[in-house]
Design a protein around this ligand. Structure first.
Ligand code: HPA
Ligand SMILES: [Zn+2]
Length: 336
């Protein structure tokens, strides 16, 4: 028998990661103190007690409450670099990360400040650890569509500093169709398009994200299993799903990992990738997600294949993808 795999050693890309969801309680309280901001939780322990979520909304309430500590360019740079250091330890070689500028704007922080800080963090991580990647601006689907359009126009002159746009936050009752025009404008600006769909919402929202928004990747997408025609479409067109197993369990989108639709999706030939979503809140970073899947009975060889999918499904250049595949090949050879 071969040794158990240390999933941190496996080269991989992380494609579904909310930077604000990497705000560990200790950093949240340190930033609150630095900025003279009061969090609605007494201390780190009380905040962690609030991590017993019942659904997506009960998580979002805590997640948005913590964001008030993020005020300055340095806060955003520190947040990004702290995550990227953990990602580096986790064997993440390429990251495509979300951020929610509408929420920061509501807190009085201009999108330019957010973007300057996050970009500084990414640039530093590339220098230190060779991690590549970039930023995906997410529209918050339960805020007015006008505010999504406004933030897009505000960043339009800096579109070249973004990889793309996404769609996140409370899903049910906020169908992708609401954002058709905003996504069309993003495409005009040369931005790639992804969208959260089929996390708590129905398979029809996945169809809408594909057909109305031009989404190239679906974030979560697990409810696609309810629609066999959709599963066949995803497989045939090689449309990747960025699946976040520990998130799905914590937010009760699935009962437990053994009931997760991932094996059915993989079996059907869908390009599944694994990510951590909001690792500070959901009990694990990406290697922890892989370890949890292995413990739940997913074969090691399947999980290694999914790391390969994460490279293919990324928006990295073809040259960078080839480099990452070389690293993965070397890893497989070293395991033999
Ligand atoms: O898991 C999520 N789903 C939707 N919106 C989010 N914003 C941060 N995390 C999430
Ligand atoms: Zn997400």
């Amino acid at each position: 028998m071969t040794d158990p795999i240390d999933w941190r050693t496996l080269p991989k890309a992380e494609l579904h990661l909310h930077l604000e969801g990497t705000l560990e309680p200790e950093l949240a309280f340190a930033l609150a103190e630095r900025n003279g901001v009061t969090l609605p939780f007494a201390d780190v322990d009380e905040l962690r007690e609030r991590f017993a979520f019942e659904d997506l909304q009960s998580f979002l309430d805590v997640y948005y409450a913590c964001m008030v500590v993020l005020r300055t360019r340095d806060d955003f740079a520190d947040l990004a670099l702290a995550y990227l250091e953990r990602a580096h330890v986790d064997g993440v070689r390429h990251v495509e990360a979300f951020f929610d500028p509408q929420v920061h704007a509501a807190n009085g922080v201009p999108v330019d400040v957010v973007l300057d800080g996050l970009r500084a963090g990414f640039d530093e991580a590339e220098r230190r650890w060779g991690i590549t990647g970039g930023l995906i601006l997410c529209f918050v689907r339960d805020l007015p569509v006008d505010s999504a359009a406004a933030v897009l126009e505000e960043v339009a002159p800096r579109a070249g500093e973004l990889l793309g746009v996404g769609l996140d936050s409370a899903e049910v009752g906020y169908p992708p169709s609401l954002f058709q025009e905003v996504f069309a404008r993003a495409a005009e600006l040369g931005l790639r398009r992804v969208a959260h769909a089929g996390e708590e919402g129905p398979a029809d929202y996945v169809w809408q994200a594909l057909r109305l928004l031009g989404a190239e990747r679906i974030d979560h997408g697990i409810r696609s299993v309810d629609d066999p025609e959709l599963v066949r479409h995803l497989a045939r067109e090689r449309i990747p799903l960025t699946v976040c197993p520990l998130s799905n369990v914590r937010l009760r989108a699935v009962e437990d990992l053994r009931a997760h639709p991932l094996p059915a999706l993989v079996e059907a030939g869908v390009v599944v990738t694994i990510s951590s979503d909001d690792p500070a809140y959901f009990g694990g970073y990406v290697a922890d997600n892989l370890a949890a899947l292995a413990a739940a009975g997913i074969p090691d060889a399947t999980l290694v294949d999914l790391a390969g999918h994460s490279i293919d499904a990324s928006f990295a250049s073809e040259a960078r993808k080839a480099e990452l595949h070389d690293e993965l090949r070397a890893w497989r050879i070293a395991r033999r």
